[in-house]
Design a protein around this ligand. Structure first.
Ligand code: ADP
Ligand code: MG
Length: 578
C-alpha cells in the first residue's frame, strides 16, 4: 500500500482545483473548452460550485461580484486566446471597482510557443494592465504557491483581480502526488489602523464643522463597516450620503440619509468625510462648482496612493474603514459630541429632500400611458422584499431607479459601477442568486435593466434557467439607447421600401418582446404596458420562488423629450448623477 501511494499520480487540473479549494475559493464561473474542461470537472469534484455561462465577459462579471459579496475571490475560468480576451472586460471592471477576482486562463502548449499555436496570445502580458498580479506557474509543483499568491494579492491592500495562466500541456500532465505541496490557506487580510494623531485631528475637524457630511462608498460596504458607521452616524447625529453601491451600508430610509438632497449636500458641506469612495466622476472630482472651494475633505482609504487625488485633503486616514470608524468612535466616546439636530444645515437638507421627494412622487402619480420611469419604479419599490439584492444597469433606468428603489442591507446593490459598464447585470444577478441559494435560501434577486443594457448579455437568461435561479428580471423598455421611437414613428422614419432610409444609431427595434427570451428557456415572461399589468406580473413573479421571470415593461420611448421628462432631466440634475 505504501508503494501504491508513492506511485499515485495527480493531474495538473486536479492540482489547480485542490490549490483553489485549499485557499477557500468556493465559486467558479466560466466556459469550458480546450484546454480547461478538466479543471472545471476537477473543481466540481472537490465541491467548488461551477457555473457554466454563455460568454466569458458575463462569467467574469459574475466571478467578480462573488468577490465583492463574500470577500473571497470567485474564479473565472476561460479558454485560451479569444476566451481570455472576452474576460478582459470583466477584469477591467473588477479592477476599476477594486473587487477581488481570480482569472484562470488556459493557454497554448509550451512547446508550440511562438509557432502560431491554436489560440496563442501573450496572455500574461495582456492581463497585466487589468490586474494586480499576472503570472504563469513554471511547473505543476509551482501551481499551489502561485494560486496562493494570486488569492492573497487579490484581497490584501486594495482588492483587485489576479491572473494565473495555465499552459494546455499542464492540464493533463500527471505528476507524483507526493511531489506537490499545497500552501496553507492565506491569512485574512491584516487590518491596519490610522495613525492616532490623524484620527485625533479628524475628530477635531468634524467637531468644528458647520455643515458636515459623511459619504459612504462601496469601499465601506466591502469593508463590512456597517455597524461602526451606523454607530458613528447615530451617536454624532451626522448626515450621510451613500454612493450608488454604498446604498444599504446604512439603510436608505435612515433619518440621517440625505440621498434625496444629494447635490445640495455636496454643494454646501464644509467638511466631508469619505469612507471608501474615490473623488472620481461619480463624486464630481471633489471640485467646484459642485463643492465649496474651501471644503475640507477627510479621506479614509486603504490605498495610500488614493489619498490626495484631485483635492488636497485636510486629513488622511490610511487603513481599514471598519477599524478607522471604530477609532473615530473612540474619540467621540472619550469626549462626547453631537452635531446639533436643529442646525440650519439639517433644515436646509430636510427641506430639499421634501421638495425632491414630492417632485418624484408627482411624476410617479402621472396616469398617462406609456408609463414614465418614476411610475414604473414606484410600483416596483412597493413590492420589493426588504432583503432582496438589487442589480441595475442602463442609463436612465439605473440613475432614476437608484433614487426610488431603496436598499436596506449592505452589499445588496450591484450596478454599472466605477467603470460605467453595461452588460454586467445578468452576471451580477447570477452571482447574487448563487450566493443567496447557499447562504439565505428564499432571498430574491431583482435585476432592473434598460432594454439596451439587457442586450449586452441577454443570452445569460439561458444560464439563469439552466440553474433555475429565481431571478426577477425587469426590462424597462423604451425601444432604444437613452431613448427610442414608437412603432409608428419607426415605420414612418424608415419608410419601408425606401432604400436610402437608415435607422438612427440610438434606436432599437420597437416593441421587442424580450420576455420571449425568458419563455424560450422555460421561465415566465410578461409583456406589460400599464401600472396594473406591472403590479400583477411582479406580484406573480415574486410569489413564484421556483422559476425565473422576465417582465418587459413598455415605457414612453421619447420620455427624455417631453415636458414630463424635461422635468425628469431637471430632477436628474438636482438629485442624481451627472
Ligand atoms: P464608490 O464608487 O462607492 O464611490 P470607490 O470604488 O470609488 O467607491 O471607492 C472605494 C474605495 O474603497 C477604494 O479607493 C478602495 O481603495 C477603498 N477600500 C476598499 N476596501 C477598503 C477597506 N477595507 N478599508 C479602507 N478602504 C477600502
Ligand atoms: Mg432604453
Amino acid at each position: 500500500e505504501r508503494s501504491d501511494r508513492r506511485e499515485k499520480q495527480v493531474s495538473g487540473a486536479e492540482v489547480i482545483a485542490q490549490a483553489l479549494k485549499t485557499q477557500d475559493v468556493a465559486y467558479m464561473f466560466g466556459i469550458v473548452g480546450i484546454p480547461v474542461t478538466e479543471i472545471a470537472v476537477a473543481a466540481q469534484k472537490l465541491g467548488i460550485t461551477y457555473v457554466g455561462m454563455r460568454n466569458e465577459q458575463a462569467a467574469c462579471y459574475a466571478a467578480s461580484a462573488i468577490g465583492y459579496l463574500t470577500g473571497r475571490p470567485g474564479v473565472c475560468l476561460v479558454v485560451s486566446g479569444p476566451g481570455l480576451i472576452h474576460a478582459l472586460g470583466g477584469m477591467a471592471n473588477a479592477n476599476m471597482n477594486c473587487w477581488p477576482l481570480i482569472v484562470i486562463g488556459g493557454s497554448s502548449e509550451r512547446r508550440q510557443e511562438m509557432m502560431g499555436a491554436f489560440q496563442e496570445f501573450p496572455q500574461v502580458e495582456a492581463c497585466r494592465l487589468y490586474s494586480k498580479f499576472s503570472a504563469r506557474p513554471s511547473s505543476i509543483e509551482n501551481i499551489p504557491s502561485i494560486i496562493e499568491k494570486a488569492v492573497r494579492s487579490s484581497i490584501y491592500g486594495r482588492p483587485g483581480p489576479c491572473y494565473v495562466d495555465i499552459p494546455a500541456d499542464f492540464v493533463n500532465l500527471q505528476v507524483n502526488v507526493n511531489s506537490v505541496k499545497y500552501v496553507e490557506c492565506c491569512m485574512p487580510p491584516p487590518v491596519s489602523m490610522a495613525e492616532t494623531s490623524a484620527v485625533y485631528m479628524a475628530a477635531s475637524v468634524i467637531r468644528n464643522a458647520r455643515q458636515p457630511l459623511l459619504i459612504i462608498g462601496k469601499g465601506a460596504a466591502y469593508a463590512h463597516a456597517e455597524e461602526a458607521l451606523r454607530k458613528l452616524v447615530e451617536q454624532c447625529k451626522l448626515p450621510f450620503l451613500p454612493t450608488p453601491m454604498g446604498k444599504g451600508v446604512i439603510p436608505d430610509n435612515h433619518p440621517n440619509c440625505v440621498g434625496a438632497a444629494r447635490s445640495r449636500a455636496l454643494q454646501f458641506a464644509d467638511v466631508i468625510v469619505l469612507f471608501g469612495a474615490r473623488l472620481n466622476w461619480i463624486l464630481h472630482f471633489g471640485l467646484p462648482p459642485r463643492y465649496q472651494p474651501d471644503v475640507k475633505f477627510i479621506q479614509v482609504d486603504i490605498c495610500a496612493e488614493e489619498l490626495g487625488n484631485n483635492v488636497k485633503p485636510a486629513v488622511t486616514l490610511l487603513g481599514d474603514i471598519n477599524a478607522i470608524a471604530k477609532q473615530l468612535l473612540e474619540q467621540f466616546d472619550k469626549t462626547p459630541w453631537q452635531y446639533p439636530p436643529e442646525s440650519s444645515w439639517w433644515q436646509t437638507l430636510r427641506e430639499k429632500m421634501k421638495i425632491n421627494e414630492a417632485a418624484s412622487k408627482e411624476l410617479a402619480s402621472q396616469k398617462s400611458l406609456p408609463m414614465n420611469y418614476y411610475t414604473v419604479f414606484y410600483h416596483v419599490q412597493e413590492q420589493l422584499p426588504r432583503d432582496c439584492f438589487v442589480v441595475s444597469e442602463g442609463a436612465n433606468t439605473m440613475d432614476i431607479g437608484r433614487t426610488v428603489i431603496q436598499n436596506y442591507l449592505p452589499r445588496h446593490r450591484l450596478d454599472a459601477g466605477t467603470f460605467g459598464t453595461m452588460g454586467v447585470g445578468l452576471g451580477f444577478a447570477i452571482a447574487a442568486a448563487i450566493v443567496a441559494k447557499d447562504r439565505n435560501p428564499g432571498q430574491r434577486v431583482i435585476c432592473v435593466e434598460g432594454d439596451s443594457a439587457f442586450g449586452f448579455s441577454g443570452m445569460e437568461v439561458e444560464t439563469v434557467c439552466r440553474y433555475n435561479l429565481p431571478i426577477v428580471l425587469l426590462v424597462v423598455n423604451n425601444n432604444g439607447i437613452y431613448q427610442g421611437f414608437d412603432a409608428d414613428s419607426w415605420k414612418e422614419m424608415l419608410k419601408f421600401g425606401d432604400a436610402t432610409a437608415v435607422a438612427p444609431p440610438f434606436c432599437l427595434l420597437p416593441n421587442s418582446h424580450y420576455e420571449q427570451v425568458m419563455t424560450a428557456f422555460g421561465g415566465k415572461g410578461y409583456f406589460v404596458q400599464t401600472p396594473e399589468e406591472l403590479q400583477k406580473s411582479l406580484k406573480q413573479s415574486l410569489a413564484d420562488t421556483t422559476k425565473p421571470s422576465l417582465i418587459n415593461i413598455m415605457i414612453e420611448p421619447q420620455a427624455a423629450r417631453k415636458t414630463q421628462v424635461n422635468s425628469v432631466a431637471k430632477q436628474k440634475s438636482e438629485m442624481h448623477l451627472p
